[in-house]
Ligand binder design. Structure first.
Ligand code: GAL
Length: 425
């Protein structure tokens, strides 16, 4: 056993080192660097390497942000190099900042387990972590999309076994972890599908009837961006007893202290808004179905001027697609889709850059909207430019949210800083 663990640790260290080199080679086309000189940023440069206080590219993919005690915190998937890096081999990485440009490495806030019986054993898929502070329990609560390893080697800690396993997205759970300190360590509490045996508050009569019919739905299956042999209602009925799927999601704390999980559910076909209970470690049971059959992923929510806005994407896996933005007067809906928020030419092709146009959300997928502290109505769209074949080299796209009337829009900028928001007043 000890020998196997040592072998695994060795393999992980090799991966991390190889990955770091792959991502941070000075001949890298999207901006190399010298790891000895750590620069102090005063601008955002979307798509370029983004170095932390140690000179390493920030490793926090599918990130969530939290402002706490005067500092910003970023939590994201710690990825390794190569395609293997898309599996959770390390955990959730945390960084802190007082200006949003420069980030201090706060270490791994949530560590994957080496216990073969654990639901969060290394090599699972753990994505899009988000953290909220619960003032009632005085705990920090971390949420994540969790999938399980499947198949005969699912309990193995051997890196070659893990490498060979296909990433399986069928469990579609939301996971919960808690900590006393914002930087962790976060302790795994459990994971679940959503709302087994419960109808949403806005369930249609036809949906209730369909469930009551108790049909055999064996031939209905989800394909990630559609439903085979049926509709999202059929999928809802199929999963009614075992709970609905939950994949891409975000967590949102409203002004009144209530918190919500907004998730791509029903095979990514329908967005759920689910109210969290008092300790944020479970649900009250109150939830709504939204934009039914619209197939949205990557929800990222912000609230301004009494309305809720949501960036999201279509469902094309790691490949970017045209972004989407929706609005609602109430967090629980009814949500209305406004269209593609991307404007302008985008990132123009050059000798070092591939073009990144509005029809691919500037080659990104939304993950969060950061409210800028101390500035009225200042929000930053934050997205991932995934590099699935060298996962840790994924880049971050941060762009200021602008307005076209009541519609939030984003434009490509090679470089910008927070004074952008002052000039808009
Ligand atoms: C994306 C999703 C990512 C990840 C990926 C896997 O659509 O937003 O978080 O799940 O698919 O293909």
């Amino acid at each position: 056993m000890a020998k196997r663990l040592l072998l695994l640790m060795g393999a992980l260290i090799t991966c991390a080192v190889l990955g770091a080199c792959a991502g941070q080679n000075s001949s890298c086309p999207e901006g190399g660097f010298n790891s000895i000189s750590v620069k102090k940023y005063s601008n955002f440069t979307p798509g370029k390497l983004w170095l932390d206080n140690n000179g390493r590219h920030i490793n926090a993919h599918g990130a969530g942000f939290l402002h706490d005690n005067g500092r910003y915190y970023m939590f994201g998937e710690h990825k390794l190099g190569g395609a293997l890096g898309n599996k959770a081999l390390v955990g959730v990485h945390c960084y802190s900042s007082d200006d949003l440009y420069n980030w201090k490495d706060e270490g791994i806030a949530f560590k994957m387990s080496r216990d073969p019986e654990s639901k969060v054993i290394i090599g699972t898929v753990l994505e899009r972590p988000k953290v909220l502070y619960n003032p009632k329990t005085k705990k920090y609560v971390m949420f994540f999309h969790l999938e399980f390893r499947q198949g005969p080697t699912k309990k193995s800690l051997n890196i070659d076994d893990i490498r060979k396993e296909k990433n399986d997205y069928s469990a579609a759970n939301i996971g919960f972890a808690v900590a006393d300190k914002i930087t962790g360590p976060y302790k795994f509490v459990g994971s679940t599908r959503l709302h087994a045996n419960k109808f949403p508050v806005n369930a249609s009569e036809s949906l209730k009837k369909l469930v009551a019919q108790n049909k055999n739905f064996d031939n209905i299956s989800e394909l990630g961006n559609s439903v085979k042999n049926g509709t999202v209602d059929d999928l809802f009925a199929k999963h009614f007893k075992i709970g609905q799927t939950c994949r891409d999601f975000t967590a949102f704390l409203d002004d009144d202290g209530k918190a919500y999980i907004i998730s791509a559910s029903e095979g990514n076909g329908t967005l759920y808004v689910s109210e969290l209970n008092d300790d944020f470690l479970g649900f009250t049971g109150k939830y709504t179905r939204n934009l039914i059959g619209g197939f949205h992923e990557a929800p990222a929510i912000f609230k301004t001027k009494g309305k809720y806005y949501m960036f999201s994407s279509h469902c094309t896996g790691w490949n970017p697609n045209p972004g989407r933005v929706s609005v609602s007067d109430n967090i629980m809906g009814e949500w209305r889709e406004l269209g593609n928020p991307c404007r302008g030419e985008g990132q123009v092709e050059s000798s070092t850059y591939r073009a990144a146009k509005a029809d691919t959300t500037f080659r990104s997928q939304s993950t969060y909207v950061i409210p800028v502290q101390g500035k009225a109505d200042a929000f930053i769209y934050f997205g991932d430019r995934w590099h699935p074949y060298d996962a840790m080299d994924g880049r971050y796209i941060m762009l200021p949210v602008e307005w076209e009337g009541d519609m939030p829009v984003i434009r490509w900028r090679n470089s910008w800083n927070l004074s952008f928001f002052d000039s808009k007043k």
